[in-house]
Design a protein around this ligand. Structure first.
Ligand code: PLP
Length: 395
């Protein structure tokens, strides 16, 4: 008998992937330009030019045996040191290379971290709306996902909901800012308040609660005056799961890292747990070439002006057509209120207008749809009449 849970997981595609596959079929039937596919969060702008030049330089000047060989399980020391130094200079932390573990992107970072800290039955609080794979990752690590809804209509943190969600079994809270799917960026006050609340709760109950900050979108903020607080500056028991998938437009290369805050007393134990979980899961020695690459371009970001302009065009058009939209300050997603109560039905109806929108239900927020606007500006413009007709169909 096979592992039924995983067999079933493999058979059921996520609703995002399902819609993406539908889109591929539909494009073959009626032409790519006639389908408005807002399903996936696949960056639509190229990697910054420094990526290509650094790759060429690395390939030209590195011994091929070393270039394609294994690195240390946790990642090459000089790569980890370069990234730790960069984090320290940017956020005034004091991380060493031994606080970092190189991974295959944020998904691996999260899975490893959860396996490192969770015992069977312990709880992980997520803030809805949330990235649907959190449930898969938490449950696979033996944990239980507990949902704390954000405030309706703003999707900012609802502290009453967090208070309700906490229990003596709470082991971690996952935060994700800029957020997929809402695009909301949590401000300093919110992060401070969350940190204080968790400190108070854990000291009253004699427990340890970690904040896991899932950060694939850290660099994707459109207004320079909006800061994304660095969790290690606010909360000791914190772990950052970072990825270059979106910031450098390299999602297929699978590269990121875990950074453990060394201001918590037990940080070396946590790091050992991460090394152990990485080993147990087979996530050792992240891709060598791309480890070397990110050590050279860690401070670069793809040109995100296109995402900003897509956001602006789409937001003002949607509001004009009568949709209500939560203003996204970052990432490349927009969470829009469905025009009927059932967002799944709304997303089905949108398909009649060749609009592929993901219903918010899997993100833990019914009544909304997610639009991934990491698409070409031409597609945004072409899609506007379809959004208008969809809205008119409800009048
Ligand atoms: C919130 C969030 N976390 C994690 C991931 C996984 O990122 P990666 O491609 O780096 O594994 C994604 C990918 O879309 C995401 O949106």
């Amino acid at each position: 008998m096979l592992n039924v849970k995983n067999v079933n997981l493999g058979k059921v595609r996520s609703s995002i992937r399902e819609l993406f596959e539908y889109g591929k079929k539909r494009k073959a039937e009626i032409g790519e330009e006639n389908v408005y596919d807002f399903s996936l969060g696949n960056p639509s702008v190229p990697a910054p030019p420094e990526v290509k030049s650094a790759l060429e330089e690395i390939i030209a000047n590195t011994d091929p045996v070393a270039l394609h060989g294994y690195t240390s399980a946790q990642g090459d020391f000089s790569v980890r040191k370069a990234i730790a130094d960069y984090i320290n200079s940017r956020f005034s932390t004091t991380l060493s290379a031994d606080c970092l573990y190189m991974t295959c992107g944020a998904a691996a970072s999260l899975t490893i971290t959860l396996n490192a800290i969770l015992n069977v039955g312990e709880e992980v609080v997520v803030l809805a709306p949330f990235f649907p794979e959190y449930r898969v990752f938490v449950e696979n690590a033996g944990g239980k996902l507990v949902v704390a809804e954000c405030l309706k209509d703003t999707f900012r943190i609802d502290f009453k909901q967090i208070e309700r969600a906490l229990s003596p079994k709470t082991k971690a809270v996952i935060i994700n800012s800029p957020n997929n799917p809402s695009g909301v960026v949590y401000g300093e006050e919110e992060i401070e308040r969350l940190a204080k609340m968790l400190e108070k709760y854990s000291s009253e109950h004699g427990t340890e609660i970690y904040i896991i900050s899932d950060e694939p979108y850290r660099e994707l903020v459109f207004d320079k005056s909006i800061k994304v607080p660095y969790i290690m500056n606010y909360y000791k028991r914190s772990i950052v799961c970072y990825s270059y998938s979106k910031s450098l437009s390299l999602p297929g290369e699978r590269i990121g890292y875990i950074a453990v805050n060394n201001s918590m007393g037990e940080w070396e134990e946590v790091y050992a747990g991460i090394c152990g979980a990485g080993r147990a899961l087979g996530y050792v020695c992240a891709p060598n070439l791309f480890q070397r690459l990110v050590a050279k371009v860690y401070d670069k970001t793809s040109d995100i002006d296109v995402y900003k302009s897509n956001r602006d065009i789409l937001m003002s058009a949607l509001e004009e057509y009568g949709y209500s939209v939560v203003r996204p300050d970052g990432a490349f997603y927009m969470f829009v209120k469905a025009l009927e109560e059932d967002a799944v039905r709304f997303a089905e109806r949108a398909k009649r207008y060749e609009l592929l929108l993901v219903a918010g239900d899997d993100f833990g927020a019914s009544g909304y749809v997610r639009i991934s606007y990491c698409v070409s500006p031409e597609m945004i413009r072409r899609s506007l009449p379809a959004f208008k007709s969809l809205a008119e169909s409800y009048k």
